[in-house]
Design a protein around this ligand. Sequence first.
Ligand code: FE2
Length: 437
Amino acid sequence: MLSFDDNSFLTDTNRGTPMGDLLRRYWIPVLLSEELPEPGCPPVRAQVLGERLVAVRDVSGRLALLQEGCPHRRVSLFFARNEGPDAPDGAPGLRCVYHGWKYDLSGNCIDMPNEPKTSRFKDHIQITAYPAQERGGVIWVYMGPAESQPALPELEWAMVPDAQRFVSKRLQFTNFAQAMEGGIDSSHVSFLHSDAGLWNPDRAQRDTGSLSTGLLQDTAPRFFIEPTDYGFLIGARRQSGPSNYYWRITQWLMPWYTFIPRDADGPIGAHAWVPIDNESCFAFSVSYHPDRPLTSQETNSFRHGGSIHAVVDEETFVPLQRASNNYRIDRVLQSTVSWSGIPGIAMEDVAMQESMGTVVDRTDEHLGSSDAAIVAARRRLIGEARALAGGADSPSGLDPASQRVRSGSAVLPADAESWVDATAEIRAADSRYYANS
Ligand SMILES: [Fe+2]
């Protein structure tokens, strides 16, 4: 549990708060690339860390996020014209449709046609403009101090060729930390995402020795946490037969990245949990294969809500399964084949996390040993935010080289000396994706 004050500290990411200041030191995934499909395309709204912004790709292809409200009379620049060479002044920029004030992507007001030509008023008008870049099918924004801007993240999913990756985005009505804790918690996988045969002893017998059913044979994993530069490594150890352990290894990367290990040769799963405001967040869900393009079967399945993806409303990114329809829980399914009765892994997670309330009351929870990684992530975020507020140089996890990690699973002999050493190879991202850096 957390004290009331620590819970507020962890979950308040608005500008000027210690957690808000910490998160603004990182590049933030904000849009899918396809939301700004080409130079000069219409701007789109994007709220991040409580700040209302519009994302723009100007005619030259440059990206930026600008404050949404035009400083003149505060109307939304979502309605603005994204102008290019055929504009009256021939300059790239965003022109407010209300009175024609125009801004470049550095936030300068470059035209004010409803004031006298001799007026210098426009020279005093500046709007908030954040740099943005594209990598890995995602547009990233940096909202921190200019002098502290780090290099773009080098997570493996962002570095593989586009054909090897599928990214989706969904809106979740919870604080980002709550969503992220769901991504860290690997003990729920044996329950929430399993089938209704979980407790069937015949089935457990039949499956003995199978890797993928390591999750079902031992539902009370022991968690080991190894702090690292980027965050920490989590080893979830389950009994696998008399003399082996089944290890699921995931990383938690500052400040919100989580991963899902793969059992066989399928795609790897990854998430970023990004605050929209204190009561909602975007879940960016990624399936990628480090060695080959995704098959059309895989991509089709992801598009239709397979694996960790969800079917969402195209405008709002709110999943079609939602609280108001009880996530389409099917009680017949629940009593026959599905443990939860809720269709889809992603929506099982969302149902659990949203049911806690938008900001869960962490003063009134009862964490057990299987929640060790959740506790560690809270401590790390709170500790780093305090340190930064106290004058520390720079938070951890900003060095792209430290982000070249991969989740995985392995069966190791029970007497293996170190799970960390024994899994070093399967935890490394493929070096060929970093050849030029
Ligand atoms: Fe889950």
